[in-house]
Design a protein around this ligand. Structure first.
Ligand SMILES: *[C@@H]1O[C@H](CO)[C@@H](O)[C@H](O)[C@H]1NC(C)=O
Ligand SMILES: *[C@@H]1O[C@H](CO)[C@@H](O)[C@H](O)[C@H]1NC(C)=O
Ligand SMILES: *[C@@H]1O[C@H](CO)[C@@H](O)[C@H](O)[C@H]1NC(C)=O
Ligand SMILES: *[C@@H]1O[C@H](CO)[C@@H](O)[C@H](O)[C@H]1NC(C)=O
Ligand SMILES: *[C@@H]1O[C@H](CO)[C@@H](O)[C@H](O)[C@H]1NC(C)=O
Ligand SMILES: *[C@@H]1O[C@H](CO)[C@@H](O)[C@H](O)[C@H]1NC(C)=O
Length: 398
């Protein structure tokens, strides 16, 4: 009897220790730091592990909308964004398609974050773009057409650098009231830059990153800072999008592509602040509770990157979501961190039907250009509550 009691006490302690470890390893209670900036929220998705789109609904919404051809705007094809063109279940990552033209339409793909409360952040995507001429591969933050930060790779521009220099370009853009006044032609503003890449973006996966702060937007490729913009910096919340599209416009996407074209997304790592006062408050509580408990690793360093142009993927193994360093700390950065960054996703996805707190936020001012809200909004709150409950219970016991 005594022995049995002993064993079960031992098991209980083991159980509690495991839970405690789980809770600590799942959280960076005071947020995520990049240089001097700290963000309280994180959403990491390892698309190589996503077997079905259902499992990312809640974090992401798969879009379904159309934008018609317009002779006036020199847009020859309808751009038709369809669920069927976003394909999960491949170990390379998420497959985002642009189809060959069918009649006067081109099938395109788009996903966006369910959350529309994203205000300042470090947004990272690891992707491989298509070599098929005539598409735009885009990773962007978006409030509305006049407040948008983009990284866009146009396959029609990949005419150089495929086997030497000068390299192919990534278009780096802030859309602003100024670009709106110029007919959404950001090249007529000072918030449009072309970064020449040292690689062929269609051959291998690379990380493209936007750090958006109140005083400027910095662009990184593979952890090296390549450009910065301090004008037209947005200051209101929005969402993060990924899309792959063509409408045949000679001025931008080109195309239509002659074959079905694939953009591969290996992971996204989004670290950001929320504009929702309730979430700001709960982040503060989470942090001060951990602080008063004397927890270590309150803030996780997600890597500041370098700006000497020498950084490649470095020490931060960026292959997939299991890297503890988040891939953010290039070997030449000198500040590689041993702080644990949770593997994907930070928030449990696709738990039972309860709605997440941000799902109730107003939908903001999305224009039809970026489509309507997807009908599905999974809930994270159930699983999050369960996890917090376990954490609270284990902490209480200890
Ligand atoms: C994000 O929010 C935290 C907590 O409110 C704040 O301390 C921090 O400065 C914010 N970060 C940025 C980049 O604004
Ligand atoms: C996600 O939720 C949907 C609908 O609630 C369900 O049909 C699906 O099986 C779930 N997927 C996973 C991976 O749990
Ligand atoms: C776009 O074209 C479709 C099909 O012809 C039509 O039903 C729809 O009303 C058009 N939308 C707009 C905004 O013109
Ligand atoms: C793509 O096609 C356009 C139009 O034919 C052409 O001008 C451009 O050079 C092509 N780009 C590449 C990378 O072949
Ligand atoms: C990254 O880590 C994985 C798993 O540990 C390993 O298989 C892979 O070779 C590593 N990649 C690089 C580039 O180091
Ligand atoms: C590393 O961090 C320290 C302190 O934050 C800073 O002074 C130093 O410049 C950083 N080194 C590099 C290579 O970024």
């Amino acid at each position: 009897m005594a022995k049995l009691h002993h064993i079960s006490a031992f098991n209980t302690i083991l159980y509690i220790l495991t839970l405690t470890n789980l809770c600590q390893s799942q959280s960076c209670p005071c947020g995520y730091s990049v240089g001097n900036s700290v963000f309280t929220e994180a959403m990491e998705t390892d698309f190589t592990q996503v077997q079905s789109l259902n499992s990312i609904i809640g974090d992401w919404q798969v879009q379904d909308w159309r934008s018609n051809a317009s002779a006036d705007a020199n847009i020859p094809y309808n751009r038709v964004t369809q669920y069927a063109n976003v394909i999960a279940g491949n170990s390379q990552g998420l497959q985002m398609m642009v189809r060959t033209a069918s009649d006067d339409s081109i099938g395109c793909s788009e996903i966006r974050t369910a959350r529309n409360d994203i205000k300042f952040g470090s947004f990272r995507i690891n992707m491989k773009t298509t070599p098929i001429n005539g598409t735009c591969a885009a990773f962007f933050w978006y409030q509305d057409d006049a407040h948008e930060i983009d990284v866009e790779i146009l396959s029609r521009e990949l005419t150089t650098g495929l086997d030497g220099t000068p390299g192919p370009v990534a278009n780096l853009v802030i859309h602003s009231p100024e670009s709106q006044a110029a007919g959404f032609d950001a090249s007529k503003t000072n918030s449009f830059m072309k970064d020449t890449m040292d690689w062929n973006p269609t051959k291998d996966f690379h990380e493209y990153r936007v750090d958006w702060l109140a005083d400027g937007v910095q662009f990184y490729t593979d952890n090296s800072k390549v450009k910065q913009m301090t004008n037209n910096v947005p200051e209101n919340p929005g969402r993060v999008f990924i899309n792959h599209w063509s409408n045949g416009s000679p001025g931008w996407s080109g195309g239509p592509p002659k074959e079905d074209a694939t953009m591969w997304v290996r992971y996204t790592r989004l670290y950001f602040n929320s504009s929702d006062p309730k979430l700001v408050q709960s982040a503060e509580k989470r942090c001060s509770a951990a602080r008063s408990k004397g927890s270590k690793n309150l803030v996780c360093d997600i890597g500041g990157g370098s700006n000497n142009g020498g950084g490649n993927n470095g020490g931060g193994n960026t292959s997939g979501g299991n890297s503890n360093n988040g891939g953010g700390t290039g070997s030449n950065g000198g500040n590689s961190s041993s702080v644990f960054v949770p593997s994907s996703p930070v928030l449990p996805t696709n738990s039972s039907g309860s709605s997440s707190s941000w799902a109730d936020l107003p939908d903001g001012s999305d224009s039809d250009k970026k489509g309507a809200a997807s009908p599905q909004l999974g809930g994270n709150v159930g699983a999050l509550l369960a996890l917090s409950f376990l954490c609270i219970v284990s902490v209480h016991f200890i």
